[in-house]
Design a protein around this ligand. Structure first.
Ligand code: 6PG
Length: 260
């Protein structure tokens, strides 16, 4: 069980994205120096993609051996593969198409015009099997949850406290067995998505929550004050070894008023 979260407050969204990118590069390089390879779970959303763009711009980016990096997603918009709203497409444009990743180690969630057609439940089950197969082939994944070792799992946060596509008081927030679920009627468009669940998220070694702006201040403060994860999913996003909140001053502006 990880200790209290580490909270790092940055002056503004631009510094947050650049600092988070630097932290990600150096952390992945450290993990690869120790283990030979590393794994990261990417997030969609403006902050998550801004971090990837900053990694692309970083002169230090090739401290990471991109061919020895397993890449997964925490959630995906269930849309055709070439839709600009796809998290995978945005991540490729921001970073992955600009570094020498090993494509067999890039594990995108299915698109709605992919191998499972427009069946999000089948697509979710398919990704759960990708994770289970990766866990079986990994010498280090020892947890009860059928996912590989996620070294760093990145998450953005919605204004009402969602992480990945786990929205407040949703079936996904209550899911305790499946590692990946289909999510329908999401308040944040598009309405149909695929998402890791809390068991999968909490199997990660480190969970990093990344957000900025006044609109997130209540969710950040409530989560750090220990709100119930059903009503405030960000509260349930914890890593086995470490939980890190990388936020800007605006998103941190209500922490002191709500922390009990
Ligand atoms: O697919 C998605 O939309 C994301 O995974 C979602 O969880 C996002 O990270 C948050 O909604 C924050 O998004 P912003 O950083 O744009 O506020």
């Amino acid at each position: 069980m990880s200790m209290d979260p580490t909270v790092v407050v940055h002056p503004d969204p631009e510094v947050l994205a650049a600092a988070a990118a630097a932290r990600l590069v150096s952390t992945l390089a450290d993990i690869q120096a120790r283990k030979g390879s590393a794994s990261v779970v990417l997030t969609g959303g403006g902050t998550g993609i801004a971090v990837l763009e900053q990694v692309r711009r970083s002169p230090a980016k090739n401290a990471v051996d991109w061919s020895q990096l397993d890449i997964f997603w925490g959630d995906e918009r269930f849309l055709p593969a070439d839709d600009d709203e796809r998290n995978e497409k945005q991540a490729r444009q921001a970073l992955l198409d600009h570094v020498p990743v090993e494509e067999s180690r890039v594990h995108a969630m299915a698109a709605s015009d992919g191998e499972f057609g427009d069946d999000p439940d089948a697509a979710a089950a398919g990704y759960a099997e990708v994770l289970a197969a990766a866990a079986r082939s990994s010498s280090t994944a020892t947890g009860a949850v059928e996912v590989p070792t996620f070294d760093i799992l990145l998450l953005g946060i919605g204004g009402e406290g969602h992480v990945a596509s786990i929205f407040p008081s949703s079936p996904a927030a209550a899911e305790t067995r499946s590692t990946v679920v289909a999510v329908r009627d999401c308040p944040k468009p598009p309405p149909t998505r695929l998402s890791l669940t809390f068991p999968a998220i909490r199997a990660a070694e480190e969970v990093w929550l990344l957000t900025s702006g006044e609109a997130k201040a209540d969710a950040v403060a409530l989560a750090l004050a220990g709100a119930d994860e059903m009503s405030l999913p960000a509260s349930g996003a914890r890593g086995k070894q470490r939980t890190v909140w990388l936020i800007d001053r605006s998103a941190a502006s209500k922490i002191h008023t709500l922390r009990r």
